[in-house]
Design a protein. Structure first.
Length: 141
């Protein structure tokens, strides 16, 4: 059985191509929103330190935290605020990077490695998010 496309077949194919293009633009814009847009914090973990980058530029809204283990031991990561606490499901092996999606409000958030006594050995920090008219800051402990 051979199918032939006439004028209406060309219209259907053109419609499908346009629909797929529009779907691609929609998916792309959703990815940007889910990734936190400009709200990306990079955290580097090692024995026994935590380096937090880009936290000064954070604004309220969705954010992504990229956590890299630059150390030789396994580590983990906790993001803790007044009404929220998130922990990575699995530990981060040396050399690995994992991400965590969070929603930021104007507040201070404690971030730390919850394993053993790593938090008290220097693997902790505070991320402060202020309203858009102020500036957020990071303080290492």
């Amino acid at each position: 059985m051979k199918i032939q496309f006439g004028i209406s077949g060309i219209r259907i194919r053109l419609f499908l191509v346009i629909l797929m293009l529009l779907a691609g633009f929609t998916v792309g814009s959703c990815r940007r929103y889910e990734s936190g847009g400009n709200n990306v914090v990079k955290v580097k973990l090692a024995e026994y330190s935590m380096d937090v980058e880009n936290a000064e530029e954070l604004t309220p809204g969705p954010a992504v935290i990229e956590i890299t283990n630059d150390g030789k031991e396994e580590h983990s990561f906790v993001f803790e605020g007044t009404d929220t606490i998130q922990r990575l499901e699995d530990n981060i092996k040396p050399g690995e990077t994992k991400t965590m999606r969070v929603k930021l409000e104007p507040a201070s958030y404690n971030v730390y490695c919850p394993l053993d006594d790593h938090k008290n050995k220097g693997m902790s920090s505070v991320i402060k998010v202020e309203k858009p008219d102020g500036e957020g800051t990071t303080t290492n402990y």
